[in-house]
Design a protein around this ligand. Sequence first.
Ligand code: AMP
Length: 114
Amino acid sequence: MQDHLIFKNIIEKKTPANIIYQDETITAFKDIQPKAPVHILIVPNVFIASSNDIHKKNKWVIAHMFDIAVQIAKKENISQEGYRIVINCNKNGGQEINYLHMHLLGGAKLKSFS
Ligand code: AMP
């Protein structure tokens, strides 16, 4: 598991990243090692470690992340063909960075895992 400071520094613009959207609640930027033609990460500006840390008081942030993910998908022209939204959690879920983030993947037929 990598340290959450990587994403904190991107949000605070201390580390360079290709930020495509930012508001007072969330930041979206291109994944540095894209696994699909479109691969964007969406993160809350306030630190949340993983989906295990979503609760009554911060769950609205997740709804906002979804809302913006769909808006970005439309802007990137992948909404009609389709896309995948993924949140990995902890070791077995494949979460490498200890900072809640949503993957928006699309632009090609993605491998089915079911
Ligand atoms: P996860 O495995 O769900 O924790 O995903 C972490 C993602 O963060 C991976 O897809 C990485 O390629 C991506 N990543 C790591 N460092 C950076 C960075 N500096 N800028 C953009 N994406 C990054």
